[in-house]
Design a protein around this ligand. Structure first.
Ligand code: NI
Length: 169
């Protein structure tokens, strides 16, 4: 298990589109365990492979209070979405310190392979549904700040660049 470095917005690699996983083999299982370790280490509730610069359709999530219910989604696809939507406050490990409202489906059904390569459909609502939609956006190269106005996005971009410069000095 390794803690992987997380890309920070506006790193252009966050906009790469992830490729499907062809086989859940040892390499993919090792990636999943590294991603879980990285997510827990960063106190996040979700992490997409894109954020650790691996451009394959792999997501890990844990929205439990006790941080003991890891969920692994490989090649996730939304197969059903509710008509109802809500604006929820979101944050992202790739955009540290920034929180803002994004409109998402209230509930989704997601088909994905689990860490053993078994296909399953997960019926999610609440925080889990929001988190799944957020992480699946990452796989499409989309960061949540791209839903915000260009003005807000540019402010965030400037702030992130300054922070990263500060961290390096
Ligand atoms: Ni994120």
């Amino acid at each position: 298990m390794a803690i992987l470095p997380i890309l920070c917005y506006p790193d252009p690699r966050l906009h790469k589109v992830a490729q499907p996983v062809h086989e859940v083999d040892g390499r993919v299982k090792a990636l999943v365990s590294d991603m879980l370790a990285t997510m827990y280490d960063a106190h996040g509730i979700g992490l997409a492979a894109t954020q650790v610069d691996v451009h394959e359709r792999v997501v890990v999530i844990d929205v439990s209070e006790e941080r003991d219910q890891p969920l692994v989604l490989i090649n996730p696809e939304i197969v059903w979405a509710s008509e109802e939507t809500h604006v929820n406050e979101e944050g992202c490990l790739s955009v540290p310190g920034i929180y803002d409202g994004v409109e998402r489906f209230d509930a989704v059904h997601v088909r994905a392979l689990d860490a053993q390569g078994q296909s399953r459909v997960i019926e999610a609502d609440g925080l889990l549904a929001v988190c799944m939609q957020h992480e699946m956006d990452h796989l499409m190269g989309k960061v949540f700040v791209e839903y915000l106005s260009p003005l807000k996005r540019n402010r965030i971009k400037t702030k992130m660049i300054k922070q990263q410069r500060g961290a390096r000095d």
